[in-house]
Write a protein that binds this ligand. Structure first.
Ligand code: FE
Length: 207
């Protein structure tokens, strides 16, 4: 997917590491400071909430989508045709997930997702983006040297496997559907979902 810098930049201007914080970020910081200052919120509780969305709720939703796609060929077809609608079938809707596209790993192709300009990420299915996803090195190198980035994550792909890098925008967010691991034919949908990792759905890990 080509990246239209001008459109992208105008659509949203969050999380640009090289720029001063946005008005919204400053408001959030001010609100957080006041809540803590007045003893209304415990900072440790805030951290726990962020951790919950970052590591538990979000990626588990995506894992349900992947497991359903592996388990139910008709669902997989709907997911590949219209990911937004298929994901909504499972109840995962909301901000930053209005326009979704599923990209499927195969024996011959591996998909990896980045947002080169900032940190666009499919919140309803993956939760909050990890810090490295928002980092300048990942954002720049994912496009220039995807195999090198994958190697940093411990993933070495044979040359015959094509690497496809998808650049997220405010208009379109991607969910990588990893290949179903071999030997999982007897597993239930719940058991399959437990195999799916967040990084597997960003494309920086293989299952
Ligand atoms: Fe972005």
């Amino acid at each position: 997917m080509t990246h239209d810098d001008s459109d992208h930049h105008h659509e949203h201007d969050h999380e640009h590491g090289q720029h001063p914080p946005s008005d919204m970020e400053l408001r959030v910081k001010a609100l957080e400071f006041l809540l803590v200052e007045k003893g209304l919120v415990d900072p440790a509780a805030l951290d726990a909430i962020v951790d919950h969305f970052e590591h538990k709720v979000g990626p588990r939703n995506g894992a349900r989508v992947v497991a359903r796609a592996w388990f139910d060929p008709a669902y997989r077809a709907r997911l590949m045709e219209d990911a937004t609608a298929a994901i909504a079938e499972l109840g995962y809707v909301g901000g930053q997930g209005e326009h979704m596209m599923a990209v499927e790993n195969t024996a011959g192709a591996h998909n990896m997702v980045v947002c080169t300009l900032c940190s666009c990420y499919p919140w309803p299915v993956l939760g909050l983006p990890p810090v490295w996803y928002k980092s300048a090195p990942y954002r720049s190198r994912a496009v220039i040297d995807p195999r090198g980035v994958l190697a940093d994550f411990g993933v070495t792909l044979p040359d015959e496997i094509e690497v496809r890098v998808w650049d997220s925008t405010a208009e379109l967010r991607y969910l990588v559907i990893p290949e179903r691991p071999a030997g999982t034919e007897a597993l239930s949908e719940d058991q399959l979902a437990a195999l799916v990792t967040r990084d597997g759905m960003i494309g920086t890990a293989r299952l």
